[in-house]
Design a protein around this ligand. Structure first.
Ligand SMILES: C[S@@+](CC[C@H](N)C(=O)[O-])C[C@H]1O[C@@H](n2cnc3c(N)ncnc32)[C@H](O)[C@@H]1O
Length: 232
């Protein structure tokens, strides 16, 4: 990894044994299934954690590169990969610098990750780089609240304890705007409350498309057109 991996052993333990299971108990599996439904081909998941998405990948996925920078979570993800229904390769890297060639994936997946990355714009630029033209980003994220009162609470928590307690997580990010700013077209979007109303309760689940490659110019037939003055 170019920059040192974020070692967050306390958060890793807390997420793997407390917060992650609590999310699943609250019904996260339903959203994970919806996030991954219909995916095919080569897929990259950024910030895979300990692999809670793995059981839900559909059989059309030929290869999943699961990127996780936190060592403890990555080790647990490697265990989960062995039981996954699709071939999973777990790699240690940050989303800001993905270990992949340009245009080498059909789809990318983020779930509850863009709230935590150090540089959201850099991660989205990397995702765009590794996706083929017309490839899709699937996202399930908690985001900035709709009401101004809850936004105020999010701002206060983001500026104080929340990122420290929750592995770098931020509550008030406008992630859908960031996805658009990165050059994606959002083609499906659902906003809902999960797991409960409150500062971490506004979720979005959707799909964004990397623009397709521009069509090549049509081949000219016939003699070359005259150029210069008088050409009309
Ligand atoms: C709340 S956990 C979500 C894990 C998993 N995606 C899930 O749905 O259960 C946030 C994850 O983002 C990862 N993360 C934090 N910074 C990252 C970065 N710069 N690049 C990639 N992943 C990152 C953390 O290590 C952690 O696994």
């Amino acid at each position: 990894m170019a920059r040192s991996a974020p070692r967050r052993p306390l958060f890793a333990r807390y997420y793997a044994h407390v917060a992650g299971p609590a999310l699943e108990k609250a019904g996260a599996a339903r959203h994970r299934r919806s996030l991954l439904e219909g995916l095919t081909g080569r897929v990259v998941e950024i910030g895979a954690g300990h692999g809670l998405n793995f059981p839900h990948y559909p059989p059309g996925v030929a290869h999943l590169l699961a990127v996780e920078p936190e060592p403890r979570l990555r080790a647990l993800a490697a265990d989960a990969a062995r039981a996954a229904p699709v071939p999973v390769e777990v790699a240690g890297a940050r989303g800001e610098r993905l270990p992949a060639d340009g245009a080498s994936f059909d789809a990318a997946v983020v779930s509850l990750t863009l709230c935590s990355v150090g540089d959201q714009a850099a991660v989205l630029a990397e995702i765009r780089r590794v996706l083929r033209p017309g490839g899709h980003l699937r996202f399930f994220e908690h985001v900035r609240a709709v009401t101004s009162g809850t936004r105020r609470v999010q701002r206060v928590l983001d500026a104080t304890v929340w990122p420290l307690l929750c592995g770098g997580c931020h509550l008030g990010r406008d992630t859908v705007a960031a996805i658009r700013d990165a050059g994606f077209t959002v083609t499906a979007l659902r906003t809902f409350t999960f797991p409960a109303p409150g500062p971490a309760g506004t979720c979005v689940l959707g799909t964004a498309e990397k623009p397709p490659a521009p069509a090549p110019p049509p081949e000219r037939s016939g003699p070359p057109r005259p150029s210069g003055r008088g050409a009309g």
